[in-house]
Ligand binder design. Structure first.
Ligand code: GCB
Length: 729
């Protein structure tokens, strides 16, 4: 028998660095908290980079009842980012890495009265990842802490946080059977292992054949088996597993159990407004409900190991998962060991989850690091480690857009992926299409995916002429309409993941009308509001629940005589009623557009079968300024309404490449850019030394480049006037 006690209550929290003795002495002055707990639940998401980062202490008395048992271990499901565990003032373990589980044994250190003290640190350092990334590095004991009491003969608990049991199902699809290997680690002579009502007594490892195997078959039928293992002492553990076959083809994309199964889904961070990363099981379960509602069949669990509860939910719900470690943005010379230990823990702890299809080695690691031998070697070491520990899964990585596609780093993982933000941070939407077309044509034998794409939207902001950078809900929707189509036309993409399903805390951000938030979510940080783009994907992916969704519900006051009413639906016909009168009926797929005259205030209703949705729109004689975030950008846009530009002459609407191809026009932009470069030397150097960036810039319109560089409207107009004087050949 093993007894597990969750240490939820009774903790004292001291928000200061001190010695272990001081922490124990001052514990009663500390704040009473329950664990899971983070000290950054509020300051980690209100922006400005000033959230508390340092060492804090958690102290708790352990009662006699809690410490009873032959052998006693303590388990931390997540202590961010570095932790030291003390019992009665004696240090028992140090752990680096904020997202993996670790344990240590208490037995020989127990006294009559026992005080547990844990120091946790989330400060900058040069060894433990992540150090540079677009999310808040919450500190705390933000996942459960448990005591595990076991008999003298028990399953292994210490090594890399192992569950003590490893299940490897290998499926033979043709004969509809599976060979299941169950390995266990323990200090007894033998173990009794049971799978599918068959029990074997072995030293450590047993093999089973399951005939007529019931497959774990994605969203439709995520069937789970259980393997259990028991020692004569009574210690018993079990693991759920699933029998499935994952495969990737460079031309046809992803396969599940031998059939084409394009992975289309979203990424998720583990955090929630007001709670930081200290989520309860209910919070995780609610996230999963939203994912099921959306109809995604894959999740990228970024950028670190998520809670075991969540991988369990993925197993149960049939999501195909990309799991990864926080080796992100910037390679650290002293961080190699930590990448390996985090990967070892991730694979050891998550191996049995049938939902996990790939191990992610790193994310945008070349964003702030050169591709040199040290970086390559670190990736090779990680890749080899994954293959040594797991012969059943593929490795991958998420590359930053400016990484050259012929970089040797792309040859390390089994399959690849790119994060592209054309149409948001830079460039135009079509560049996403072009990128993949070129890549696929150049490397037809390589498997490629789309690991991130997205656009920020604050649902308070609206426009009838949405454009990149305006933070409107409407631009985000348009952006994703383009991307959805782009993806549907490219079935070779093995997986695509929207960045991100939920808005999340990014302490360094202060933009789009919110502090400390990345607003690329399809759903707000508090999970209460589904932005229009959410319904677009739901219309494309959820085929179970018929619905119609009217877009622009929060865009009520409209200064236009005709307005576009857009409906997202998974039905194939939509009727639109204006003030209860049938206005039009349209057949189609996913997106339905109507042009409706605005005379005053109107009730709009969309109907398809049983499904319906309503909203109100109103004609106003002056634009409602409260919908506009960045008035500066908007005025530039208005000025550039297409009609004012003579297409026979050059303009800022041409791409840098087109302009440079003409010597006269090229001279003008080069002079302009040289001036800008002398003012911002570092950026200019980065561009000069990066041919991929240069090529990409060549495909961007001059106006988008100038706007991203922060050029004011007046200067853009001036350059445009000069360019309009040069005739195109
Ligand atoms: C990325 C990063 C992700 C960021 C995202 C963004 O490429 O991988 O961590 O949050 O871009 O929104 O900028």
């Amino acid at each position: 028998m093993r007894k597990i006690t969750v240490l939820k209550d009774g903790w004292k929290f001291l928000k200061a660095d001190m010695s272990v003795n001081a922490a124990m002495e001052n514990a009663n002055l500390g704040e009473s908290v329950t664990v899971p707990h983070t000290w950054n639940a509020i300051d980690g998401q209100d922006g400005g980079n000033d959230y508390h980062r340092g060492t804090c202490w958690y102290v708790r008395e352990l009662t006699e009842e809690e410490t009873a048992g032959e052998k006693l271990f303590i388990e931390f499901a997540g202590a961010a980012m570095r932790a030291d565990v003390y019992l009665n003032g004696e240090k028992l373990i140090h752990h680096d890495g904020g997202y993996s589980l670790f344990r240590c044994e208490l037995t020989d250190h127990l006294k009559e009265k026992n005080t547990l003290a844990v120091s946790v640190n989330n400060e900058d350092n040069t060894e433990v990842y992540p150090q540079k990334a677009d999310f808040t590095f919450y500190g705390g004991l933000y996942r459960e802490v448990r005591l595990i009491a076991v008999p003298a003969e028990h399953f292994e608990l210490l090594k890399d946080g192992t569950p003590g049991i490893k299940v490897t199902p290998v499926v033979d699809l043709e004969n509809r059977c599976a060979k299941v290997t169950v390995e266990t680690w323990h200090n007894a002579d033998s173990v009794e292992i049971t799978v599918n009502n068959e029990t074997k007594t072995v030293e450590n490892t047993a093999e089973f054949i399951i005939e007529n195997v019931h497959l774990w078959d994605g969203l439709e039928d995520p069937y789970l088996y259980t393997a259990s293992a028991k020692l004569a002492s009574g210690d018993e553990i079990c693991a759920r597993f699933g029998c499935r076959v994952f495969a990737c083809d460079p031309e046809k994309g992803f396969f599940l159990n031998g059939r084409s199964y394009p992975l289309r889904g979203v990424s998720r961070h583990q955090d929630l407004k007001g709670k930081g990363n200290a989520l309860s099981y209910e919070d995780h379960a609610k996230d999963m409900e939203i994912i099921r509602e959306l109809g995604a069949n894959t999740l990228r669990l970024a950028h670190y190991q998520h809670a075991q509860e969540f991988y369990d939910l993925c197993d149960e719900n049939g999501l195909v998962v990309w799991a990864e470690i926080p080796y992100i943005t910037m390679h650290m010379h002293d961080g190699r060991e930590n990448t390996l230990s985090q990967m070892k823990e991730l694979i050891t702890q998550c191996y049995n989850h049938p939902s996990i299809a790939v191990w992610g080695l790193s994310n945008e690691i070349t964003a702030a690091s050169a591709v040199n031998e040290e970086l390559l070697e670190n990736h090779r070491a990680l890749n080899d480690l994954c293959h040594r520990m797991d012969s059943t899964r593929l490795t991958t990585m998420a590359n930053v857009f400016m990484l050259e596609t012929d970089s040797p780093i792309l040859e390390i993982p089994d399959i690849n992926s790119y994060n592209l933000y054309f149409g948001w941070y830079l460039g135009d939407l079509d560049q996403n299409d072009e990128f993949f077309d070129e890549y696929h044509a150049k490397y037809p034998y390589r498997v490629i995916g789309f690991s991130e794409y997205g656009a920020d939207a604050n649902p308070a902001f609206h426009s009838s002429h949405p454009e990149k950078g305006d933070y409107t809900e409407d631009y985000q929707a348009l952006y994703h309409e383009h991307m959805l189509k782009m993806i549907e036309e490219r079935p070779y993409l093995w997986a695509t993941h929207v960045w991100n399903l939920f808005d999340f805390a990014a302490d360094g951000r202060d933009e789009g009308g919110k502090h400390g938030e990345n607003q690329k979510g399809l759903v707000t940080f508090d999970r209460t509001l589904r932005k229009d783009a959410f319904w677009l994907y739901k219309a494309a992916w959820n085929h179970r629940d018929p619905f119609v969704h009217l877009c622009g519900k929060r865009y009520i006051n409209r200064n236009e005589e005709k307005t576009e009413i857009k409906v997202y639906s998974n039905c194939d016909t939509v009727k639109l009623y204006v003030d209860d009168v049938l206005f039009a009926e349209e057949s189609g797929k996913t997106i339905f557009r109507f042009r409706v005259p605005l005379l005053g205030e109107h009730m709009i209703k969309a109907v398809s079968g049983e499904a319906s949705d309503t909203m109100c729109v109103r004609y106003v004689s002056e634009p409602d300024e409260s919908y506009v975030f960045n008035k500066g950008t908007a005025s530039v846009t208005n000025w550039f309404d297409a009609g004012e530009i003579d297409p026979a002459y050059f303009s800022v609407n041409d791409t840098l490449g087109e302009i440079r191809a003409n010597p006269e026009a090229g001279k003008i932009v080069d002079a302009m850019m040289a001036k800008g470069a002398s003012e911002r030397g570092d950026v200019a150097d980065a561009v000069k030394d990066n041919p991929a960036l240069q090529r990409m810039m060549g495909r961007m319109t001059l106006i988008s480049l100038m706007k991203q560089g922060g050029t004011d409207a007046e200067s853009i107009q001036q350059i445009n006037r000069i360019l309009q004087g040069i005739r195109k050949k």
